[in-house]
Design a protein around this ligand. Structure first.
Ligand code: COA
Length: 168
């Protein structure tokens, strides 16, 4: 199966929203607001990455990243949401999106961070850290991958587009 990973274009936006909605339907913790979060990040100029996975000219996966703070420390690429259309799960598309995102963030960021299932994200090198947290989230789902070997410590603060009650 030939999959290409590339930056979004304006023409992809409706398909991206559709992919996110389809993907999140199978995620129990999804809020249904994930496509709107990506729209708000885009409108705020805060999409550090918006990668699409394309198969036969169709957008079948998407990954967003935005600027995150750990405590008052800048330079963290906050990954998410990530989604692949359910019929194509398990074919390596999510991994291809993650690998491309990490390779790009590595050039310009001190590390990547996310809130997600450790069962999935540890395969990319993410792990929980004792001092890293997000208010209201179980600590085991707050994960980071420092590129410089440092220990992230503090609240992982999302962009306001996520609508979380966090203080930068
Ligand atoms: C998570 C997701 C993006 C992965 O995409 P994908 O293309 O299916 O991923 P890959 O094919 O690269 O990897 C599939 C592997 O991940 C595993 N996996 C997927 N989700 C997992 C999870 N939540 N916990 C543990 N393992 C998981 C699969 O079992 C499979 O394992 P295997 O390689 O041992 O067979 C996709 O399943 C998805 O869109 N899920 C719904 C939305 C979601 O959960 N997004 C993440 C939070 S925003």
């Amino acid at each position: 199966m030939l999959i290409s990973i590339r930056n979004e274009t304006a023409a992809d936006i409706p398909a991206i929203n559709d992919v996110i909605r389809q993907a999140m339907r199978v995620l129990a913790q999804a809020t249904g607001t994930e496509a709107a979060i990506v729209e708000r990040l885009r409108a705020a100029g805060a999409l550090s990455l918006s990668l699409v996975a394309e198969k036969k000219g169709e957008v079948v996966g998407h990954l967003a990243a935005s600027p995150g703070l750990v405590g008052d420390q800048e330079g963290w690429g906050l990954i998410g949401p990530v989604g692949v259309v359910p019929p194509l799960h398990g074919q390596g598309i999510g991994s291809a999106l993650m690998k491309e995102a990490l390779s790009r963030l590595r050039e310009t960021h001190r590390g990547a961070a996310l809130v997600g299932d450790p069962g999935y994200y540890t395969r990319f090198g993410f792990r929980a850290f004792p001092g890293l947290h997000v208010t209201g989230c179980p600590p085991e789902v707050v994960l980071a991958l420092p590129f410089d070997g440092s220990e992230p410590e503090g609240e992982l603060i999302h962009h306001p587009a996520f609508g979380l009650d966090q203080q930068a």
